[in-house]
Design a protein around this ligand. Structure first.
Ligand SMILES: Nc1nc2c(c(=O)[nH]1)N[C@H]1C(S)=C(S)[C@@H](COP(=O)(O)O)O[C@H]1N2
Ligand SMILES: [Mo]
Length: 318
């Protein structure tokens, strides 16, 4: 919460309500512009989004409950405990929201959230999400292919990589801890970013994405460890050189640039051979004690993405 709001006597819940309302209005305007009638139900205050087409290749295993996926989170700007992000989500001010696009592209600019969303039809994709801490979830995301967004900015032939930054608001409760060198940043090689599996999520479970999961838009790169899926994006830069990434900067021997899920390459503190699937039989802390299952190469997306790494030693480029 900003000081001026406190001084003006504005409460956090008022901000949340106002934000929710304005974000929903942005979604409705974008949907109307895109000719998507019936985007929102009769209840003007409903947070549901739609219509949502279903992607044919969604994961079919048991989905993580919405409760677990929205209360057990990693979002260090909002705190380092798993329950901190949901507790502090109202501190993340997502309206107004704009995204700066710069670097090696012919159509850079500063775009409002409405600008970003306008042309995109919303799709549901159920993906496995695998954290390097060796837990995983199965989450229905709502959004659009990252490639469809990036192409609009006309990356030029020097654009070998694309990097992303999260909102850098020193008022966020987790940012005093300096666990990472803020802003949180991540990057992909341009062919990874343009791969049809790379996804920009603006919703989950058919609703607008909540703050703790990276409102108003976050990346989802399902074959890589979860930390590549950067939340609450405010900047997209096309670069010629491989960009710096937060976790790699903090511990380069633990977190590589590629970060592809690989059960054969162990992290110094967590074997990656197995994972705990947090699906929904249990909630809260007891979810941590669910049975371990075998981890899959590239999180089970190896067939789709292996061609991206055809000539690479994946033990070296981890
Ligand atoms: N900006 C930002 N993005 C982030 C993180 C973070 O701390 N800050 N954590 C990452 C990690 S480690 C994981 S596992 C996923 C978790 O996403 P979820 O909370 O939506 O499941 O978000 C990733 N994106
Ligand atoms: Mo993670």
């Amino acid at each position: 919460m900003k000081d001026w709001m406190r001084i003006a006597g504005i409460t956090s819940s008022e901000i949340t309500d106002e934000q929710t309302f304005r974000r929903r209005r942005a979604l409705i305007q974008a949907a109307t512009a895109a000719g998507m009638t019936g985007f929102i139900g009769t209840d003007a205050m409903a947070k549901e989004i739609g219509p949502i087409s279903k992607w044919a290749d969604s994961a079919t295993e048991k989905q993580t409950t919405e409760e677990i996926a929205t209360t057990y989170n990693n979002f260090y700007e909002l705190g380092t405990d798993k329950g901190d992000p949901v507790k502090n989500a109202d501190k993340l001010i997502t309206d107004p929201w704009s995204v700066v696009v710069d670097g090696e592209c012919d159509a850079p600019g500063t775009f409002t959230l409405e600008d970003i969303l306008k042309p995109h039809a919303i799709e549901e994709r159920v993906y496995r999400l695998r954290c390097v801490e060796a837990w995983s979830m199965v989450i229905p995301w709502n959004g659009f292919a990252l490639a469809d967004l990036l192409k609009r900015f006309k990356p030029n032939s020097n654009a070998k990589y694309v990097s992303f930054e999260t909102l850098n608001d020193p008022d966020l409760p987790g940012m005093k801890s300096r666990v990472l060198d803020w802003p949180y940043r991540e990057g992909l090689r341009i062919d990874e970013a343009m791969h049809p599996l790379s996804f920009m999520a603006i919703g989950m479970y058919g609703k607008e994405i909540p703050g703790q999961n990276g409102a108003p838009m976050r990346l989802v790169v399902p074959w890589k460890y979860g930390y590549k899926s950067i939340k609450s994006i405010v900047r997209i830069s096309f670069t010629e050189k491989q960009p710096q990434t937060s976790w790699n900067m903090s511990a380069p021997h633990e977190y590589g640039f590629y970060s592809n899920v690989n059960p054969e390459v162990s992290h110094p503190r967590w074997s990656q051979a197995k994972e705990r699937r947090l699906a929904g039989e249990t909630s809260g802390l007891s979810a941590l004690f669910t049975k371990k299952i075998d981890s899959q190469f590239m999180n089970g997306y190896g067939e789709e993405v292996a061609e991206l790494y055809a000539d690479m030693d994946l033990k070296k480029f981890f």
